[in-house]
Write a protein that binds this ligand. Structure first.
Ligand code: SF4
Length: 370
């Protein structure tokens, strides 16, 4: 997909801006919706029908995912970063405690996380290839794969060859890459210097990961940077193109909202709770089979509510510091979390809303024989 395809969503934006209440009701009466209908559900007119939209999303979620809610936790192994993302604590200009875990520390963190029952792990780093090299990442992942059924990475965008190496060696089966904003001009302003300034290399990373044989790929915008209608529409176009190009890949989407972080950046486009529910519910109706992940950026009440509506995967027992599970936090956090519940508390919360916690839905070793 070309960048211009992604940005030529102005006609969809016009739909979102000119929608009437009757248009929303007409969309809700459909069995399947298309991108134009999705734009209608994002409109301000849809707010009046938010309850009905959320109910419909809930029905579709249960139809395609049953009562299951996947559990995972992030593991930050390094917070060194050579980028200048103005909205992130790890930006190289911020004076925070920097750290990178040794392989022994990684193994200790893995043991502590595995002892909670979790079998799906998301491993994160900043983007500092001179320090957090590909060889370091590869070796780090080798200390994790025996403890977990599935290991995903949320790191700097890699080449297809590097993704293929991790996938073929059974070291990682999933990749998460947030585009942050699909607005290319804004992207360049927010990302200054550093490798992340390359908008297109980042935009193509999910396709490279899928082409390299990664089982699961997650994308999404960082809500708060630009107008949410525009970001949601661009995300939908991106996802739609990826699904068509890589039908065998399991795609998911996530909509992190900005949280307090180091530095003085203030988001220009705060997304309210009602708007947030509208975005996520509309995604569920447009993409019935796509997983929706929700992190602990959101508070417990929103997470519990959204699990009933559209979310299919949540984190638990979270620390966004480097270390924090078995060893003391040795590097500062990326952002403040809003939901500090332990793995067991999340299990109980999932069951309390009538859903079923799932610990393993993919096992790389079984699927690849590695
Ligand atoms: S968002 Fe990622 S790349 Fe940007 S400063 Fe933070 S860790 Fe580095």
């Amino acid at each position: 997909m070309s960048i211009s395809d992604m940005q030529s969503n102005s006609s969809l934006e016009k739909i979102a801006n000119s929608t009437q209440s009757a248009d929303v009701l007409r969309v809700l009466a459909k069995d399947r919706i298309d991108l134009n209908d999705f734009a209608i559900l994002l409109s301000e007119a849809a707010d009046l029908h938010l309850e009905a939209i959320a109910q419909e999303a809930s029905v579709v979620t249960r139809r395609h995912f049953g009562n299951s809610i996947m559990l995972f936790t992030p593991l930050y192994i390094s917070n060194y970063c050579s980028n200048e993302c103005v909205y992130c604590s790890y930006s190289r200009h911020n004076s925070i405690r920097r750290a990178q875990l040794s392989f022994e520390q990684i193994a200790a963190e893995a043991d502590a996380i595995a002892s909670t029952g979790l079998r799906h792990l998301l491993v994160l780093t900043g983007e500092a290839p001179d320090i957090t090299s590909f060889d370091y990442i590869r070796e780090s992942l080798s200390h994790l794969s025996s403890s977990f059924a599935s290991v995903s990475i949320e790191m700097y965008p890699m080449t297809q060859n590097n993704y293929a190496t991790l996938a073929c060696e059974g070291l990682a089966d999933g990749v998460t890459v947030y585009q942050e904003t699909y607005n290319a001009d804004l992207y360049r302003k927010l990302h200054g210097r550093g490798p992340k300034a390359d908008y297109e290399f980042r935009l193509d990373a999910p396709a490279r990961a899928a082409a390299a044989g990664m089982h699961a790929v997650t994308i999404g915008p960082l809500l708060g940077l630009d107008d949410f209608h525009r970001e949601a529409l661009a995300t939908a176009l991106h996802l739609d193109a990826l699904i068509k190009e890589f039908p065998a890949t399991e795609f998911s989407v996530a909509f992190p909202r900005m949280r307090p972080q180091a530095g003085d950046f203030q988001p220009a486009h705060i997304v309210s709770d009602r708007e947030y529910v509208r975005i996520v519910s509309a995604f569920r109706l447009l993409f019935p089979f796509v997983g929706i992940t929700m992190s602990t950026r959101e508070p417990a009440a929103i997470r519990d509510g959204m699990m009933k509506i559209a979310v299919t995967k949540v984190s638990a027992g979270v620390s966004t510091a480097v270390g924090g599970h078995a060893i003391e936090n040795i590097g500062d956090t990326q952002f403040e979390i809003s939901d500090g519940r332990s793995v067991d508390e999340m299990r109980i919360a999932i069951e309390r809303v009538g859903l079923c916690p799932v610990w393993v839905d993919w096992d790389t070793k079984r699927m690849t024989g590695s």
